[in-house]
Design a protein around this ligand. Structure first.
Ligand code: ATP
Ligand code: MG
Length: 798
């Protein structure tokens, strides 16, 4: 490219550049494989809009995770400066739609202070709804119904519905199943009436009661953000007009994971045609959220003037990784279109497939590899930041955290529920009580947290106040005031009454402060200082070699709160901007926030709490304080869009990846769910730039023999390099429980090795660049065809 070309375009190839600069007024669709520069092209397009003079505040970019939003803001900021990039609306669907709902709450039957129901509150609402629904359906058919422990009638439904209900009933945790039902219904945008019309009276009733509960509590759940936003744009033309006037241009990354309702939202918002979407149908991994790649078809149909661009070159990974991933995904039958992918990158090393005896051995092997790699090029200063460990389930990651801590490897955990930590929950509950509206759920929590007596006493006090709430139909605050201002009470001692009054005084103080104090961090610091900060566990925060603290799950609450205050400051300086259509003339505070007189920091506080709501759902914490030189531990889902030089995919076993749903089995074996799991594995593999390790475990903690993932078998042999626990001299034999697993390991491992060795001897090096896998070589694991029970018997017999 010519040298006078601006930097942000110079790094693109001709096709990417053409796409980035293509006609703004036409819809653009980029459909291409991983690592082909879709996100890079989208960012360049965004920058080009700014260069052409478009106002930053008129651009809306949708990303799938908060992490991706931060990343994109940084990338744009690098090109145009932070002052401009801060003005952009870069957000997840949920965060954006939540703000829209706040702005128009009264049109949705709520007040602007509506509560947001997270998982646990939603669960409670679902249980209540099933109770009410079963009462209703039971009376309707008194005598003839078969009632289940949850009271759900199974008769009087159409056969298919009945099967569904029975299936639900058969499941161990019924509340969980009903919660799943409700979330799926809402993700698909289905109403109670629709279910009732279809003959699913019970489903319809549960959904109806659930919605009624939320309405009565002035609450929305996560799905409502999207569904209500769609309703707003559909039913209120003035809102749509205002939105379109403000966001004249919309860009969407990871379009394949856009749910039907999210798509409906985009379709309405972007009817002005200035929309760019980029995605890859092979990376669609959120179908449980109602996303499916039919979005591409809808997009083509709804935006007929679109320009469609394909990118074919992978810039991210070695040829070996690209070939392996491409071969894997070919096993999926339901694909939009086969993609031509090539790369000019070097062939690179073969993918290492590591057999590990147990999960502990797996940890040890991975840790060993990481330590070796970290000092390979820079013995003086080990590098860890270019490495990630990816797993299918959170629990698999836990063992790695302790292994990393033990070996002093710095790491960051994506997906550890930072905002669900008890101390943080207490602080945010206190902040919620400051806002108007029904905040009883938060009052309860705060009361328990502040009550200085012993915890069971606190619980009893709250239960008592709750009874008063019920009998007097008042708020928790009013009830507490009545109970504790009484001089004498038959129920509580003088000491208990005094403690209760102290709690009320503290909360009142915070409320006064919120209206007076202009700075949000000032308010939050005050709250933090009020709450007890005894360490929950007696663990010291691990300090890495640079003196940075590493966050771990059972961290000292003081450290957690310190991080939390960092988040507050990050929010204020990098993220917060008032969500409105027009520039207003209201006075600004020192942070540049619009304020009303006497509001204190309430407007900022509201925005901050909403920010936390979406962060909590996303499991994402800002990375300001994270150590850059750290290994990333994350789930496969959270890894999308990201890249690392070295990637370890761990516990690549059947039932783990592909994940076996305990209640349902592999739903529709060989079809949709397996294909989705394969796409997820494909996403994980394609995160690696240079080295990819795939590890599987031979026995689990219950001494059950595990099968290696079918996905390993689906990769051509000549691209794989097999290593067994002993290949690194089995550095941590002591960590393996010899007593429980020795016998199986010796026999099975040698079994496998015999079969595998034949294949390995015949393997051609990847550097040859040809797919000369020997005939019949597909049967990679001849030893593995034994029934698992045979191994189990061996284990038991020992
Ligand atoms: P994914 O599907 O995983 O989200 P993607 O298609 O969005 O991938 P990017 O993340 O944009 O791909 O790019 C992958 C890598 O390739 C990045 O490191 C990027 O800097 C690099 N890259 C993209 N385009 C080019 C190019 N034309 N020349 C050199 N490197 C490029
Ligand atoms: Mg991308």
């Amino acid at each position: 490219p010519p040298t006078e070309m601006p930097e942000y375009l110079r790094t693109l190839n001709a096709t990417q550049r053409e796409a980035a600069l293509s006609d703004t007024s036409k819809p653009l669709l980029i459909l291409a494989g991983p690592g082909s520069g879709k996100t890079s092209t989208m960012v360049a397009r965004l920058v080009s809009f700014l260069m052409e003079g478009m106002e930053a505040r008129n651009i809306l970019a949708m990303t799938f995770t908060a992490a991706a939003a931060t990343e994109m803001r940084d990338r744009v900021g690098a090109a145009v400066g932070k002052a401009v990039s801060k003005e952009l609306s870069i957000s997840t669907f949920h965060a954006f739609c939540l703000q829209l709902c706040r702005l128009h709450a009264e049109k949705l039957g709520r007040t602007a202070e509506f509560l947001v129901y997270g998982h646990s509150q939603q669960r409670r609402a679902v249980i209540e709804a099933t109770r009410l629904a079963s009462m209703e359906t039971d009376t309707a058919q008194a005598g003839s119904s078969v009632t289940t422990p949850l009271g759900i009638s199974t008769t009087d439904t159409k056969p298919q519905v009945q099967a569904n209900v029975q299936n639900l009933v058969a499941c161990k945790d019924k509340a969980k199943k009903w919660l799943q039902f409700v979330t799926q219904a809402k993700a698909a945008g289905r109403t109670a009436e629709e279910y009732e019309k279809m003959g699913n009276r019970i489903g319809g009733a549960v959904l109806r009661h659930y919605e009624a509960t939320l309405l009565a509590c002035n609450a929305l759940d996560y799905h409502d953000f999207i569904n209500f936003s769609v309703r707003l744009l559909k039913e209120h033309p003035e809102v749509l007009a205002e939105c379109q006037k403000t966001w004249t241009c919309v860009l969407v990354d990871e379009f394949q994971d856009t749910s039907t309702m999210q798509y409906n939202f985009l379709h309405l918002l972007a009817s002005h045609n200035r929309i760019t979407v980029v995605g890859d149908d092979d990376q669609s991994i959120f179908s449980f959220n109602g996303a499916d790649s039919s979005g591409f078809d809808s997009f083509r149909k709804d935006f007929p003037q679109l320009k469609e661009v394909r990118l074919h070159q992978n810039y991210r990974s070695t040829r070996c990784i690209v070939e392996a991933a491409t071969s894997l995904i070919k096993h999926n039958t339901k694909r939009c279109q086969e993609k031509q992918v090539h790369t000019d990158n070097s062939a690179g090393d073969r993918i290492v497939v590591m057999e590990c005896r147990t999960e502990a051995a797996q940890c040890a092997n991975v840790v060993d590899c990481i330590l070796m790699n970290a000092v390979a090029n820079t013995p003086q200063k080990p590098t860890y930041g270019n490495t990630a460990v990816l797993y299918r389930r959170q629990v698999t990651g836990r063992l790695f955290q302790s292994a990393f801590r033990a070996r002093k490897i710095p790491f960051n955990v994506h997906g550890v529920a930072f905002y669900r930590k008890k101390v943080i929950k207490n602080v945010t509950a206190m902040l919620w009580t400051v806002l108007p509206g029904n905040t009883d759920i938060y009052w309860r929590r705060v009361f328990k947290a502040l009550y200085a007596g012993d915890p069971s006493e606190g619980k009893r006090v709250v239960e008592y106040v709750d009874k008063v709430v019920k009998t007097n139909a008042c708020t928790f605050q009013q009830a507490a005031q009545t109970v504790f201002t009484a001089k004498v009470s038959g129920t509580f001692s003088r000491r208990q009454l005094a403690l209760g009054r102290r709690v009320l005084t503290s909360i009142n103080m915070v409320h006064r402060l919120a209206h007076k104090e202009k700075s949000l961090s000032g308010l939050i610091t005050a709250v933090v200082n009020l709450l007890p900060q005894r360490p929950v566990f007696n663990t010291r925060a691990v300090v890495d070699e640079n003196g940075g603290k590493l966050l771990n799950e059972d961290d000292d609450p003081r450290t957690v709160l310190e991080y939390f205050l960092d988040d507050v400051n990050d929010f204020l300086s990098n993220i917060f901007k008032p969500f409105s259509y027009d520039e207003t003339d209201k006075p600004l505070s020192e942070n540049g926030h619009h304020l009303g007189v006497g509001d204190g920091c309430l407007p900022v506080l509201k925005a901050f709490l909403d920010h936390l709501v979406t962060r909590e759902q996303d499991n994402f914490r800002n990375r300001q304080k994270e150590n850059k030189n750290s290994v990333m531990l994350t789930t496969m889902h959270q890894s999308k869009g990201l890249e690392w030089e070295t990637v370890f995919i761990v516990k690549a076993n059947e039932t783990e990846t592909p994940l076996l749903n305990e209640a349902m089995g592999y739903v529709d074996e060989g079809a949709s769910s397996i294909e989705e799991e394969r796409r997820l594995f494909y996403v994980a593999m394609t995160r690696a730039q240079k080295s990819l390790y795939i590890c599987y475990v031979v026995v689990d903690s219950r001494r059950q023999v595990l099968q290696p993932s079918r996905f390993i078998k689906e990769i051509p042999h000549h691209l794989l390099n097999f290593q067994y626990g002993t290949s690194h001299g089995d550095p941590f034999p002591k960590q393996v429980n010899i007593n429980t697993s020795k016998e199986i390991l010796v026999s099975s491992s040698s079994n496998y090795q015999q079969g595998l060795k034949t294949d390995c001897d015949l393997q051609l090096l990847c550097e040859d660049g040809e797919n000369d896998s020997p005939d019949g070589g597909n049967e990679l694991f001849p030893g593995r065809t034994d029934s698992p029970t045979a191994h189990e018997d061996a284990a038991v017999g020992h």
